[in-house]
Design a protein around this ligand. Structure first.
Ligand code: AMP
Ligand code: MN
Ligand code: MN
Length: 330
């Protein structure tokens, strides 16, 4: 899929845009939002970025990161929106409470790379062969006018691609991804500084939380599944916050022979958020779908109601059945 004509027409014919992304904002969502924001400004359009959640601190180095608004700062007048652009959201639920603000707006452009995307927009551009929405926005800019690509936009898009590919380690990258990254680095950006900002600014409470979480690490008999727990008590003890949880699941995945890892954590609304990662062919998006969640083949999640121990037992038992059936336990 490479036809952006319909989207470009809507961008040209309207003036007031609202750009949004998913709850638990990530680098792909934020980087893509800011890149699109800068493009719309260059096209002399009015644009506002609004998400349910606050910008995670690790992304505050991005150019104009102060323009990434969240619901509680009350900066948006919905009467002035012509078009909503939802980035990196597989369904409306993923947009969160922000959806309430624009649910009466007719034109919603849904740009995404999740296989589980529900085509909820009036225009849907979903390409799950791409690493990230950042890569799609790059192609969109190429279709508009590649000269619009400057250092600021390149920094945002590189951040989107780098974070959604686990720094170019995941199976979602293609030679095209490297081609895009290479082009972006020709625009004066500093990949090592971007990486330092995102990965080398751990907090003390965050590392203490990692220590507590690692004490809960378990593996199954055949060592192909690992799992961890983060409770509210652990967050309180260490003084850590939600942002400090990012990346902890990935450490459980680095275990030799582990194919699938899971993080069970208690949210402040008494729910259990479950994160899944896989290194090989096991499709965690499909697996998370059994629990009304979704995501990508190698990174997915779901939100469950109930007691942590019970949810853990039921998800693990379902997973053990699946891997037995798929022959992982040889
Ligand atoms: P996380 O474990 O929160 O880092 O999420 C990993 C990926 O799974 C994200 O990039 C989302 O695409 C997806 N995801 C997480 N939670 C959900 C959910 N409740 N429903 C659908 N997709 C999800
Ligand atoms: Mn995302
Ligand atoms: Mn993404």
């Amino acid at each position: 899929m490479s036809n952006f004509d319909e989207i470009i027409k809507v961008l040209q014919e309207n003036n007031n845009f609202l750009i949004t992304s998913h709850i638990n904002l990530d680098g792909d969502g934020i980087g893509s939002e800011l890149a699109l924001y800068f493009i719309l400004k260059k096209l002399n359009k009015k644009a506002i970025i609004l998400n349910q959640d606050r910008l995670p601190k690790i992304y505050d180095f991005l150019p104009d990161s102060g323009k990434v608004h969240y619901l509680e700062d009350n900066s948006v007048n919905p009467k002035k929106i012509d078009v909503v652009i939802a980035l990196d959201c597989s369904n409306i639920k993923r947009i969160g409470k922000t959806y309430e603000i624009f649910k009466d707006i007719k034109t919603i452009i849904n740009i995404d790379h999740h296989k589980s995307n529900e085509n909820y927009g009036s225009i849907n551009y979903v390409d799950y062969s791409t690493s990230s929405v950042g890569e799609i926005i790059y192609e969109l800019i190429k279709s508009i006018d590649i000269d619009l690509l400057d250092e600021k936009i390149s920094t945002c898009l590189f951040t989107a691609i780098m974070t959604d590919t686990g720094s170019f380690r995941y199976s979602n990258i293609s030679s095209k991804t490297f081609g895009v990254a290479s082009h972006l680095t020709r625009n004066g950006i500093k990949p090592h500084l971007i990486a330092n900002n995102i990965y080398n600014r751990n907090t003390y409470p965050g590392l203490k939380l990692l220590g507590e979480a690692l004490l809960t690490l378990e593996i199954n008999e055949s060592s192909c599944v690992s799992w961890l727990i983060i409770t509210r008590k652990m967050l309180n003890n260490t003084n850590a916050n939600n942002e400090d949880i990012e990346g902890i699941i990935d450490i459980a995945t680095t275990l030799n022979n582990v194919e699938i890892s899971i993080l069970f954590r208690e949210t402040k609304n008494n729910k259990i958020k479950v994160s899944f990662r896989s290194k090989g062919n096991f499709d965690v998006n499909k697996f998370a779908g059994k629990f009304k969640g979704g995501g990508h083949p190698n990174a997915a999640g779901c939100l469950c109601s109930g007691k942590l121990e019970e949810i853990k037992e039921s998800i693990l038992s379902e997973l053990f059945d699946d891997i037995k059936y798929l022959g992982y336990e040889n």
